[in-house]
Design a protein around this ligand. Structure first.
Ligand code: SAM
Length: 353
């Protein structure tokens, strides 16, 4: 195993370069090398792998990656202040590490991962891994972008089913892995799970970071599925989930109604018939497969009536009208529903969208 020569500690590097954390870039550093080692172990065997690390910062995780038998490490960091400290690691890496100063949002990782690491999609996962203690500010938009790339086998995923080991706010991690009926089940759960096998590996208390965020952190591993559970375009699946989880705890027909103009209520029942999904199930109870059945039914309807796709529920009413309607419906439902449900009080998914 290649060992790094003696280097200044991460704490010394932070002091030498005056690297105070920037809140705007969600900088919470992990300086405990036992924890960085644990994250890297979770990623699996990195021998002969090409790893892309997102947001290396002062380089805590980076050191642990370099201490494996990784063949190539590409780090992508937005904040140029970290480049000198990363160069210390790069110089000690026996030519294995490349530093890119840039923004990961919109970055095409296939430009920097050599083609020799490529595997066919149906093969085992390639020797490519994405690792990152992600900045909270970009973690959800980033994973949505990457899921889109997985669905089209583009960006890094033109090189095969590259796995990812990433950190998220604990609550976001819970949402990503939430099974049907979980209080955390939301559209992020379905979007992640229909394309990837996802697992929450362990949690890290917020106090382990410098400076400590107010929340704990979850380490999640994503392995792209050979076959997605839903065989429709990412845009269609995203649209369906956005509408379904508009009312996660109400009967499905209510959410489905938001897909169609008010004078086309008949299409709700066509959807129900085509999909075979019970209209009185609640969105948070739906399995990924059932969401897939709804997506297929919606695709059939759009195939017959393409104009339906341009219908935007929100644009049809003024905010005041919407508020009045929501209040009225809520009052009505309150009266109708005699029993309560496990996640009646779940937070809205607004923060995820
Ligand atoms: C939570 S810190 C993690 C730092 C380091 N990996 C660690 O574990 O100590 C997130 C890092 O991502 C960087 N970052 C923030 N937004 C970024 C972006 N859009 N592209 C690339 N890096 C970004 C920050 O500058 C910071 O270094």
């Amino acid at each position: 195993m290649i060992r790094l020569p003696p280097l200044p500690t991460i704490q010394e590097i932070i002091r030498i370069y005056g690297l105070s954390a920037r809140k705007k870039l969600s900088q919470n550093f992990l300086l405990d090398l036992n924890l960085t080692r644990k994250i890297i172990k979770t990623a699996g065997n990195l021998k002969d792998c090409c790893v892309v690390e997102v947001g290396p910062g002062p380089g805590g995780l980076t050191r642990s990656i370099l201490n494996t038998e990784v063949e190539k490490l590409i780090v992508i960091e937005k904040d140029g202040r970290f480049v000198p400290s990363l160069e210390i690691l790069s110089d000690a890496s026996h030519g294995r590490m490349k530093i890119i100063q840039g923004d990961i949002l919109g970055f095409d990782m296939s430009d920097v991962v050599p083609p020799e690491y490529t595997c066919q999609w149906q093969d085992n996962t390639p020797n490519i891994h994405v690792i990152g203690n992600l900045p909270f500010s970009v973690s959800t938009p980033l994973i949505i972008r990457w899921l889109n790339s997985i669905s089209t086998q583009s960006n890094l995923w033109s090189r095969g089913r590259a796995a990812m080991t990433l950190t998220f706010q604990k609550e976001v991690a819970e949402r990503i892995i939430a099974p049907p009926r979980s209080e955390y089940r939301c559209r992020l759960s379905v979007m992640c799970q229909y394309l990837c096998n996802v697992s929450l590996k362990f949690s890290i208390p917020g106090k382990a970071f410098v400076p400590p965020p107010k929340v704990d952190v979850g380490v999640v591993k994503f392995v792209p599925r050979r076959e997605p559970l839903i065989r429709q375009s990412f845009a269609l699946v995203e649209r369906m989930n956005r509408h379904l989880f508009h009312h996660p705890n109400k009967f499905c027909f209510k959410s489905l109604g938001t897909l169609f103009p008010p004078d086309r209520e008949d299409l709700i029942w066509t959807m129900v018939e085509l999909s075979g999904v019970d209209a009185q199930i609640r969105p948070f109870e739906l399995t990924n497969e059932q969401v897939g059945q709804l997506c297929n039914a919606y695709a059939t309807i759009i195939g017959q009536e393409p104009d339906i796709l341009t219908y935007e529920f929100r644009s049809q009413k003024s905010a005041k009208e919407r508020r009045q309607k929501v209040t009225k419906v809520l009052a009505l439902e309150q009266r109708l529903l005699s029993s309560s449900f496990p996640n009646e009080n779940i937070d809205s998914e607004k923060d995820q969208r």
